[in-house]
Design a protein around this ligand. Sequence first.
Ligand code: PRX
Length: 653
Amino acid sequence: MSDDRMESVLKEERVFPPPPSFAANALIGDMETYRREHRRSLEDPDGFWAEAAGELDWFRPWERVFDGSEAPFFQWFVGGKLNICHNAVDRWADGEKRDTPAILWEGEPGDQRQLTYGELKTEVSRFANVLKSLGIHKGDTVAIYLPMTPELAIAVLACARIGAIHSVIFAGFSADSIKDRVLDADSKMVITGDGGWRRGSVLPLKSVVDEGVEACACVDKVLVVPRNPGGERMACEMRPGRDFWYDEVVAGVSDECPCEEMDAEDMLFLLYTSGSTGKPKGIMHTVGGYSVYTYLTSKYVFDLKPEDIYWCSADIGWITGHSYIVYGPLQNGATVLMYEGAPNHPEPDRFWDIVDRYKVSIFYTAPTAIRAFMKWGDDWVEKHDLSSLRLLGTVGEPINPEAWMWYHRMIGKERCPIVDTWWQTETGGILLTPLPGVTPTKPGSATLPFFGVDAAVLDPEGNEVDAGLLAIRRPWPGILRGIWGDAERFRKTYWCNWDGRYYFPGDGARRDKDGYFWVVGRVDDVVNVSGHRIGTAELESVFVEHPNVAESAVIGVPHEVKGQGLVAFVLLRGRDAEGSEELRGELNDLVAKKIGKFARPEKIIFSADLPKTRSGKIMRRLLRDIATGQALGNVTTLADPSVVDSLKEKYQA
Ligand code: PRX
């Protein structure tokens, strides 16, 4: 975390109790209830989670709520049978919510669609039958690379319905990233589209997939969903025998597809995320625990009521979209708004225009978006009536108090509680969060643990401290079940500290006198750019693929809008020892090709040398000091201290 942010959160003493009118109508409206239930969830976790799970439908009840005998490979609801698609769709479609909107969708060009729970059930069943007709069975992995259209949610639910493991790949990833993920997961099918709109242009998804799966022998089918169902298709090259248009295959299938009875510990999905070393890792989530955890967190954190219009502006390509667009809200029978495109298309008021027109009541977004709105100016907000809003949320990175206050004043008009939710791809759902009718909020703090979560701030020896490493003391139902194909990496990454007694998320945190948590950012080499996790090692290995690059070091630096930006220090060899604009362009293109455009660094500094210890280790701390203009830390261990001065000059040039 930047020193600026540390200073501003250290000074932060404002407290905002929930507005009494909100608390009066909230599902949980007083601190006493939160404290009592939280205590109960820790003292009697089996009883607490059994009760929560009992609010969902099960085909067969579990025999044991929790089994920790194979720690850290925990199991929840052992022996239980259920299907999350049943709980998210059929439970409502076959009951009184048949005609209630499940999904309200708006495309970037302004086209609209609406699906009731009844219609969603039909669409999901048809999609599931298409998957079956193309040879997908329970336990197969299916990669999904789609724009934010209803079909993305439908495809995910259809996989869950038949027990196929979905592996959604965010549509901003490159062909190489698709290849890595498809091969690692051994996906048999890729579901993509003919295109999707972003900032006024069409993403050529199918051609990216074609390039990505070229060398993937495991893929035998590519299913292409038209962006405009029933309308004109965008031009795509189709390979006979491998590629199928969704609208053609679906014409022949039935509307009925029963939900597969899944074991609670059967896999539901894989989602790849970056770590501090190596390639992205496939985070594994299973059906039972994830269902219960996303259901309960959605219910209480968003205080969901039948009349709410709930909008989470994330993409389903990330965990936030999995848990809090698709599975959590739909398992609560909510009406979910989905928007396809950019927040500033055609103008920077698109989001407020949507809130106004759809009467959105709950809005969940990322701090990076809030900072962008602040920059675009208040006039864009003031043009719209935001009086439908009653609750705001943030996720993905620490929120600076200034952005929090702006969100509170400009968007919430000082009457909407803000839930700053801390969690990760690995946690499945929200772990630290205010409850909106209960918890007095402090700008920049994710406040207190959710039910069943026992969090602490520890030093490396395991002592509780005011500032140190965030640790979670016991498993909760939504915890990841492993890293796909790499049990060792799973143990090493999350269970290496404190003799494996606590889950280690990789974040640093502070705890204040009221026991509130202030998560300050990653303590490993993972950088959070606009809420996207990027491993610096991943980027470094991309740079060294270029023939002119001998070595590189990538660091995260504070960025006004993105939270953090990337700066690459690149050591050259060969013809272009000084570096050039051309080479800079080539390196940026390489990052776009290997990972995706969103991972391109803010700055590339070419250098003849990098600061190293005498044993040859790059001193990133010094690079960070250079990039943030700080006084340099200890340089006595450097092999060649003069390197630092020349880098400083270059950085400032
Ligand atoms: O560093 C924390 C930060 O985002 C990381 C998780 O990233 P990812 O798995 O991509 O999931 C993002 C959406 C859940 C965490 O390790 N982070 C997430 N939420 C917060 C946060 N940092 C501070 N405050 C938050 N509310």
